[in-house]
Design a protein around this ligand. Sequence first.
Ligand code: PMP
Length: 476
Amino acid sequence: SSRTSLSSDKLLQFISSLSMFDRYHFSEDARIITSTVPGPESEELLRAQEELEGDNISYPKGIPIAFDKAKGAIVTDVDGNMYIDFFSSCGVLNLGHNNSDILDELKKYPDTIIQAVDFPTKARIEFSKKLLDSLPEEMRGQYKVNFGGPTGSDAVESAIKLARINTKRHGMIAFQGGYHGMTAGALSVTSKLSHRKDAPPLIPGVHFFPYCSPYRCPFGRNKPDGCDFECVDFFQNALENPHSGIDKPAAIIIEPIQGEGGTYIPKEGWLERIVDIARKNGVLVIFDEVQAGFYRTGKLFSFEHTKAIPDIITMSKGIGGIGFPLSLILYKKELDVWKLGTHIGTFRGSQLGMIAGLAAMNLVEKLDIKSHVKLVGNLMHKRLLNVQDKFDFIGEVRSSGLMFGIEYVKDRSTKEPDAELAKKVRKLAYENGLLVEIGGYCDNVVRFLPPLVITETLAHNGLNIFEKVNAMCQNE
Ligand code: PMP
């Protein structure tokens, strides 16, 4: 009847208006049901943790929460509160928590060998092929993959070692604001002094150079048209001046977009120039894609937004598909000079990570997640610029894809960092049902790394909470 066809038309309309990403999430909104957070059950677990684990715990100090369940961009705590997750367990859950399609894929491998050191398995070969085939066209067929221990730091250690073996040099050039991990080699190329302070002697011969961070240009050239890439000349001088005092390094290591440093995105052309200078001087180029990689910025690698091409790439975080620890490096075939067993380790064969990682890459293609990242990223960026208009304490909003940095300042003209305010925003956001992260050179940047499958509705609802929280800060 016409009544039926009308209602089925409406139904179809309704269904197509729903985002195809809806089904990946628990709910389309946050919900705080306890009178305060943390609720009583969370409090109990947090207390127990403090007793058992000691003072090195970090995240729960900023967001005192005890998690229970998670799906998509929604996580619940043990008291039944629901939060919109703009944090993704530190930028790991790119395809969302417990992505049902990836979980289904894992079920197709009952009794799979779960850990297989570096023996070949079908999953391992398929995963490696898919990853290498996904390299930008001009790089395809020219790289190899090497799996290391399961963390981002492990990938960085492998990259440093491979560069040293190839060049027979030991020094490294790293960049201010860069974060590469906590193991001795990775920490040696990480710039944050508070991380380095109590470490044992770090590897020698590491020098740090200014990163292109226009908002906080170390050369004071922060006007949009005032930059002449002095930092590039400075870098070039260090490599080419016979009196630079810096022995030629094995490699430079660089994040094409800095993550922990505060979502700093270099100006167009900067990365290419740094890479050209390194290459001209026989210095290898390592791009650390641990955080900005795996589609976070709308492309598999964040360097794909530039024309720069690396010799070695590090990857971890997202590549395990749904949070399985997995890490690797990709490197040019001609660098493959290391001998059997030069760089080994037990956990180089997580089958679950490889099955899930492969499923994740396939899903990104099937659902055109790259376009989704671009779409939702643009919407969120625009909305954040509106929020910035309302609050003087937001100095700058930066983003690439679904990687955001909102920089808090005491005064827009002096740009004096306001770390306390960033902390307060994180706390109030949590109390109102939104999880965010803090980073930045001065710990004054609120960072968002939402799952890439986040719906427009969830993104907006999260930003509603964010805006409300900023208004609360202003009114105090
Ligand atoms: N490199 C980058 C760019 C990172 O963001 C991180 C982690 N935040 C690492 C390396 C280190 O990874 P992991 O913590 O797994 O050792």
